[in-house]
Each structure stands twice: as structure tokens, then as C-alpha cells.
Write a protein that binds this ligand. Structure first.
Ligand SMILES: C[S@@+](CC[C@H](N)C(=O)[O-])C[C@H]1O[C@@H](n2cnc3c(N)ncnc32)[C@H](O)[C@@H]1O
Ligand code: SF4
Length: 417
């Protein structure tokens, strides 16, 4: 348990130091992401609105205000056109939230515009169980959505009530029915579950996993509960629940990141095609559009304004809403790559050297020695791979990374940006 606590605190501190942006002074020239036109990137689009807010959620979301949201969607489309004019080319798009499907027609216009501007070959959209209506599913399918990700969290009625989701998304049986209606309509149907809620028992978790497996969804993402406050006591439970998830899913699902599992087809191959759970883990670089989005381009982290009125106002004036930028040192880029690639389970040292230059693998000596010493990594020729214990270590690291991003957003909003 000491190692887990130590890693959590270390990562929390690293996220604070490395993700912190200098507060922009008024009138300061705003950053403009540099284009590398020879490469195609991944596009992340953020829709922050939800009809109601879940008590546990610390992501970038606000309660829906329809009038503002319509202006927001128009601003998002304007931002896409600015990136196109800058020369960006995107081949994959991921629309996250919030709840991107709160205003389906507006979302449809965003998706159609993305396809007009760029040769998008895979398109992922997040949604909630109450939006799995025939109309919305048809609209998403018509826009060419390949991966639909549904936030279920749990099928347990008591837990749905405790998280105030029962009233809005229905009972576990309602959610099950809605999911069944979406099955087979997209190349990948993903379900998000959360584990380690205070009220969640082991049997609730086992039942959730059983329902998802029986439904035969293509992909399952199991997030550890993230809290802005440091976790103290429940490491034992988090670790136990994570072990239960891996063991229960192993026969039918194959891990694609430390917390995402794709259904195996015959021959042990994952059947789910298209995008994975975390776009930041699958691609080296991505542009983040929408209020409060982050982009990682050319070794720089960019942040869009967190303020919705300001986001809309800047785009109404035809200006990019990037308000902060942080240049990662060579070493930070290397460590970021190490963290993200191993979140996907493996790191190829030869490819690492292609991306970061000769000697890159040697420059990671300290990290490699440390993670091997705690039993998290093993060497397979020129590849580093997570061990079974290492998967849980990466759950801890990524939990803290996301918590760090969420805390930064809260701090920036409090600072007026
Ligand atoms: C930010 S939500 C957006 C999609 C959609 N609104 C939903 O509720 O699923 C994406 C996923 O983040 C996860 N999530 C939200 N808050 C979380 C928290 N505090 N800890 C862990 N996962 C969380 C949930 O599994 C959720 O499905
Ligand atoms: S979990 Fe999803 S629906 Fe709930 S507040 Fe967060 S983004 Fe909105």
C-alpha cells in the first residue's frame, strides 16, 4: 500500500508542476498552435453541456442552457474552420463531454462539417443512456459515427440512486434495454463503468461486469473513481476491484489500455475496431477544440479558455480561443510518451528512438529501473511491457493525471480564465 500512496502523491505533484500554465496577462498575445501540415492529427471536440450534473463528476461540464449551447455549437464549428484554414488535417475525431448529444441536430451539424473539412476515417462520440433513442441513433449512424461510448457507470439501482442517475437515466433494466437497442449499429459500442464508489460492493461490481459481458458490448472502459481530494484509505479496495475486473473480463475481453477492454473475436483478436477509449493514449499529438480543451501539438500543450462566454465571444470575433501554452522540455516529452504508450500496455524502444532521437531509451533509464524494481515493467527484447501488477500501477498514474487536468481546469476557472 505504501508504493500505491507514494505513486499517487508523486503523480499528483508531477501533474501539478508539469500541467500548470502561466496565468496569461491581459492583452498578452495569445498562442497559435503550430501546424505540421505533413502529418494528420487527431481532433478532440468538447461539448460541456449536460441536462443535469452528476455529483461525482469532476470533468469539464456545466448544466445545459439551450440558448448559450446553440451559440457554443456555432462557435465550435467556427473554430473547426479556423483550424482548417491554418492547414490542419485530421483523420480521426473524438467528441467528448459533458454530453455531446444534448442537442442532437447541433451535434449533427458539427459532425457533418468535420467530414466536409477533413478525410475523417473514424469518429467517436460520447453519450448517456437516455439519449439512445431511435432518432438520435439514426442521426449518429447517418453522420458516420463508428464508435459510440455510453456512460453507464453501473446497472445497480441502489448505486444509480446514490449517484442521482436513476431519476435521469432510468433503472438498470432501462439502461440495459437502451443499450440492447444500440448494439450492432456502430462498429464499436463502448460502455463506461466506474469502480470504487463508496457505496459499491464487490457483488454489485461483479453483476455489472456480468451484464456487460452478456450484452456482448464491443468495448468496456472501467474508470477508477477519481476525486479531487487525495484518496487515502481505499487503495486496497480499488486494487481488489481492479483485479476482479481483469479476471472477470479476461476470457471474453482483451485489455487495450490499463482500463479499457475490447471483446475478443475468434483467434484472440479484439473485435472492436476504430478508436480506443482514450484518444491521448492512442495518438502522439492531437488538437483540442471547444471550451477548456487541451491540445498537444509540436511538444506544446495548449489550453482553450475555460470560460464559455469568452469562448463564444472570441470565436464570434474570428479569433482562436487558445489562452495558454506550455512548452514541454525534451525530457518531459519523452516521459509523457513513456506514460501514454505504457498506458496502452507496451512501449517499443526502437520506435521511441525514432520519435525522440538516438539515446532516448537510455535517457529513460531512471524510470525504467524504478518501474522494474517495483515489478511494474518487464523487458521483452526491444519492448517494455506492463506486468500484471504494472497495469494497476498505470491505473494509479492515469487516475492522478486526469485528476490533475480536472484540478487545473477548476483553478483556471477560479482565476477568471
Ligand atoms: C466525462 S463523461 C462524458 C460522457 C457522458 N456524459 C457520461 O456521463 O458518460 C465520460 C466518462 O467519465 C467517467 N467519469 C466521470 N466522472 C468520473 C469520476 N469522478 N471518476 C471516474 N470516472 C468518471 C464516466 O465513466 C463517464 O462515462
Ligand atoms: S458523468 Fe457525464 S452526465 Fe454526469 S455530469 Fe459528468 S459529463 Fe455530465
Amino acid at each position: 500500500m505504501i508504493i500505491e500512496a507514494l505513486l499517487s502523491n508523486l503523480m499528483r505533484w508531477q501533474a501539478r508542476v508539469k500541467l500548470g500554465f502561466p496565468v496569461p496577462s491581459p492583452g498578452r498575445q495569445r498562442a497559435k498552435p503550430t501546424v505540421s501540415a505533413e502529418r494528420e492529427h487527431l481532433l478532440y471536440l468538447h461539448v460541456p453541456y449536460c441536462e443535469e450534473l452528476c455529483s461525482y463528476c469532476s470533468f469539464n461540464r456545466v448544466r445545459l442552457d439551450t440558448g448559450q449551447a446553440s451559440r457554443y455549437f456555432a462557435a465550435l464549428r467556427a473554430e473547426m474552420r479556423l483550424y482548417s484554414a491554418l492547414g490542419y488535417r485530421f483523420d480521426e475525431a473524438y467528441v467528448g463531454g459533458g454530453t455531446p448529444t444534448v442537442l442532437p441536430e447541433e451535434l449533427g451539424a458539427v459532425l457533418r462539417q468535420a467530414r466536409e473539412l477533413w478525410p475523417i476515417r473514424s469518429l467517436s462520440v460520447e453519450t448517456n443512456p437516455n439519449h439512445l433513442t431511435p432518432e438520435t441513433l439514426s442521426l449518429l449512424a447517418a453522420c458516420g459515427v463508428d464508435r459510440l461510448s455510453v456512460g453507464v457507470q453501473t446497472f445497480d439501482d441502489g448505486l444509480l440512486q446514490a449517484t442521482q442517475r436513476y431519476q435521469r437515466f432510468g433503472s438498470g433494466a432501462d439502461i440495459h434495454r437502451n443499450l440492447a437497442s444500440a448494439r450492432g449499429r456502430f462498429a464499436t459500442l463502448n460502455v463506461d463503468l466506474i469502480f470504487n464508489f463508496a457505496e459499491q460492493s464487490e457483488s454489485m461490481l461483479r453483476r455489472d461486469l456480468q451484464i456487460v459481458s452478456e450484452l456482448g458490448v464491443d468495448q468496456l472502459t472501467c474508470y477508477p473513481l477519481m476525486s479531487p481530494r487525495p484518496l487515502r484509505g481505499p487503495f486496497t479496495r480499488e486494487k481488489l476491484y481492479y483485479r476482479i475486473i481483469r479476471e472477470t473480463l479476461a476470457p471474453a475481453y482483451r485489455p487495450t489500455t490499463a482500463w479499457c477492454f475490447s471483446r475478443r473475436a475468434g483467434g484472440g483478436q479484439p473485435s472492436a475496431q476504430g478508436l480506443g477509449d482514450e484518444y491521448i493514449a492512442t495518438r502522439e499529438e492531437y488538437a483540442g477544440l471547444g471550451s477548456g480543451s487541451f491540445g498537444y501539438l509540436g511538444g506544446r500543450l495548449y489550453a482553450n479558455t475555460f470560460s464559455l462566454p469568452r469562448y463564444i465571444e472570441l470565436l464570434d470575433r474570428g479569433e482562436l480561443p487558445v489562452v495558454a501554452e506550455r512548452r514541454f522540455s525534451r525530457r518531459d516529452r519523452l516521459r509523457y510518451d513513456f506514460l501514454m504508450k505504457l498506458f496502452g500496455g507496451r512501449l517499443d524502444l526502437d520506435e521511441l528512438e525514432v520519435r525522440h532521437g538516438p539515446g532516448a531509451a537510455a535517457r529513460l533509464r531512471l524510470e525504467r529501473v524504478f518501474f522494474r524494481a517495483i515489478g511494474a515493467l518487464r523487458r521483452e527484447g526491444r519492448t517494455l511491457a506492463l506486468t500484471e501488477a504494472g497495469n494497476y500501477v498505470w491505473v494509479i498514474l492515469m487516475r492522478e493525471f486526469f485528476t490533475g487536468v480536472n484540478r487545473l481546469r477548476a483553478a483556471s476557472l477560479a482565476a477568471g480564465e
